[in-house]
Design a protein around this ligand. Structure first.
Ligand code: GTP
Length: 168
């Protein structure tokens, strides 16, 4: 069976696990524990033309001490979701580094979604839509805005990934 491997990357606490939990179980955990190593899930994702498509998703740990493991997960992936927290400039800078690292080391046809999470925190927002989407455009990534807390943009993100990967 053909595997469609997707990896979530990004700084600690940007909301990678929360995005998966919202998508797979429709729950939000306000004090979600940090991922250790990486967590695997299989997601049956609807396609916009109808039908479903299975994605094998690796949710990696964002803490710096696990950073050296990440290439193991993204090297043979078809898609990467690189997440930052719109209230954290550091997490955006880290996402930029991830884009560079992934492009240098992954399969040439890997597609990247730059995902701006926590858009519900409007008053604390530091990274605007323009800044995020411009960087995505410059680096040929797709751009998505999400809130795992408010369930905004999550289904659209996974359907866009399933559509893009199933059409290749
Ligand atoms: P690591 O496992 O350490 O890499 O973190 P992570 O990127 O998986 O983040 P996680 O999902 O554990 O979320 C970190 C914290 O941010 C948790 O307390 C979540 O409840 C919170 N959080 C995640 N997504 C959102 C969001 O969209 N909005 C808000 N307000 N909080 C969020």
């Amino acid at each position: 069976m053909i595997k469609h491997k997707i990896v979530l990357l990004g700084d600690a606490s940007v909301g990678k696990t929360s995005i998966i939990l919202r998508y797979s179980k429709n729950i939000f955990v306000p004090f979600q524990e940090s991922t250790i190593g990486a967590a695997f899930s299989q997601l049956n994702t609807p396609l916009s033309k109808g039908g479903t498509f299975r994605l094998d998703v690796w949710d990696t740990a964002g803490q710096e001490r696990y950073a050296s493991l990440a290439p193991m997960y993204y090297r043979d992936a078809q898609g990467a979701i690189i997440v930052y927290d719109v209230t954290s400039r550091d997490s955006f800078e880290r996402a930029r580094e991830w884009v560079r690292d992934v492009k240098a080391n992954a399969l040439p046809d890997l597609q990247i979604w730059l995902c701006a999470n926590k858009t519900d925190l409007t008053t604390q927002r530091r990274i605007t839509t323009d800044t995020g989407s411009l960087f995505a455009e410059e680096t040929s990534c797709k751009y998505a805005e999400t809130s795992a807390k408010s369930n905004v943009g999550i289904n659209e993100l996974f359907t866009s990934i399933a559509d893009a990967i199933s059409e290749r």
